[in-house]
Design a protein around this ligand. Structure first.
Ligand code: AMP
Length: 420
């Protein structure tokens, strides 16, 4: 199947050609005709399947056909709501690319930054608005956005939206949308609560589903390095000596862990930056931009921060630790090998994480290839239950001593300070 088989107009086809897409992904093949037919859509698909183009390409076409290009009195026709800022920015960037020959006007709004430039963009007249829920409701209540002329509504990543506590915002929003509209609803998973929510939004929808990550095994080569806890960093530096690894997304379970990895990599002259919840929006965007532009070699991310970020042609993913929830592993490595690209996922397991590797193997129903003969092999064994208990006690003791010492030294400083 080709894009030309999908009833798409020339300006859209040219833009897709410029992007270098030769044929539609399965979700695009299925969804685009329904959207062009003005049907409501229930899409079960995750990021990485090409779902953004699946909804934005036909939306751009419909707006172009019904409303024409942007004019001073452009009215808002389409609202796309998505849970994270990164995802919102990416969707808007995609819309910019796909609409480059149509003059459709669009903008993106999200929280965590000043609203001024977003308000200015809205005032210039926008046909497609991509938004995160909080900032959207805020700017609606300030009177900068009217939903009265909306003809199309997209709720993206509905399951994450609910995970992130946006349900009340969504309910509020639904009350403000015109009844007579076309709605598209996307979610990676479809548990009961999401299905119920979809029923309050969609009218007799067409269902489109793309098989999630069973393709993982086919398109992603997976390796595991067994090592000790103390040699993890040296092993990582050893892995990164391979210059083929030009860019890599590296996962860390914790924010502090992510910062520590970046500090250590910098000591080895490896250009790295972290994105996680303690970083400002600007820091996160800069790191992501540098990574996408190829200026940054290693992007270290926590699972939450990595949600929804889309990086074109990402070949390598490294798990610096092994998640204890095997689905998280599948999510992480799904960031490589996107849209038919071959990906490579490497995991570094310390003795305490060996059992997590076995859990993953059970879930994906596949053995992960072990890298033998590296310079930092695992020589320790996992702790027994009794040792673990002892170690936890010891950790607790060390923590208390640390805090007691800190208190003492800060008291000392306090006295010194008051003497001066
Ligand atoms: P998405 O699921 O929308 O986040 O898209 C995942 C990635 O696939 C993005 O980097 C898109 O640029 C890319 N992509 C989308 N559609 C196609 C296509 N038809 N052919 C090749 N790549 C695509």
């Amino acid at each position: 199947m080709k894009f030309t088989d999908l009833d798409l107009i020339d300006p859209v086809l040219s833009a897709l050609k410029d992007k270098g897409y030769s044929e539609p992904t399965p979700i695009q093949e299925k969804a685009i005709p329904f959207v062009l037919d003005r049907e409501d859509l229930l899409g079960v698909a995750q990021t990485g399947t090409g779902k953004t183009a699946a909804f934005s390409v036909p939306i751009i076409q419909l707006i172009h056909q019904f409303d024409g290009g942007h004019s001073r009195d452009a009215v808002l026709r389409c609202l796309i709501v998505t849970p994270t800022r990164e995802l919102a920015i990416q969707i808007d960037e995609n819309i910019r690319d796909y609409s480059k020959y149509t003059k459709t006007s669009h903008t993106v709004i999200f929280g965590g930054v000043k609203q001024h430039s977003q308000v200015q963009a809205l005032k210039r007249g926008v046909q497609i608005l991509v938004a995160t829920p909080g900032r959207l409701l805020d700017l609606i209540s300030q009177g900068y956005i009217s939903l009265n002329d909306i003809k199309m509504f997209v709720l993206d990543e509905a399951d994450r939206m609910l995970d992130m506590g946006f349900i009340n915002d969504i309910k509020k929003l639904l009350k403000m949308l015109p009844e007579d509209r076309q709605s598209l609803f996307f979610s990676a998973t479809m548990p009961d609560n999401i299905l119920q929510l979809s029923k309050t939004i969609l009218d007799n929808p067409k269902k489109v589903e793309v098989t999630p990550k069973s393709s993982t095994a086919e398109t992603i080569k997976q390796y595991v390095y067994y090592t000790n806890r103390v040699t993890k960093h040296s092993l990582l530096v050893h892995i990164l000596k391979n210059e083929d690894i030009e860019h890599v997304l590296l996962f860390s379970r914790t924010k502090h862990g992510a910062d520590r990895i970046v500090r250590n990599l910098k000591k080895s002259n490896i250009h790295a930056a972290a994105i996680h919840g303690n970083k400002s929006q600007n820091q996160r965007q800069k790191a992501l931009k540098d990574f996408k532009n190829g200026k940054l070699r290693v992007l270290v991310a926590t699972d939450i921060a990595a949600r929804g970020i889309d990086i074109d042609k990402l070949r390598y993913v490294i798990n610096y630790d092994i998640p204890n929830v095997p689905e998280t592993y599948v999510h992480r490595i799904g960031r490589s090998g996107r849209a038919g690209e071959e990906g490579i996922a490497m995991s570094i397991s310390e003795p305490e994480e060996n059992s997590f590797i076995r859990d993953v193997e059970r879930l994906i129903n596949q053995k992960i290839e072990i890298v033998e003969g590296h310079p930092f092999p695992q020589t320790e064994r996992p702790m027994s239950a009794a040792e673990k208990k002892e170690w936890n006690k010891e950790k607790q003791k060390r923590k208390q001593e640390y805090h007691a010492n800190r208190k003492k030294s800060s008291n000392g400083r306090g006295r010194q300070y008051s003497r001066r």
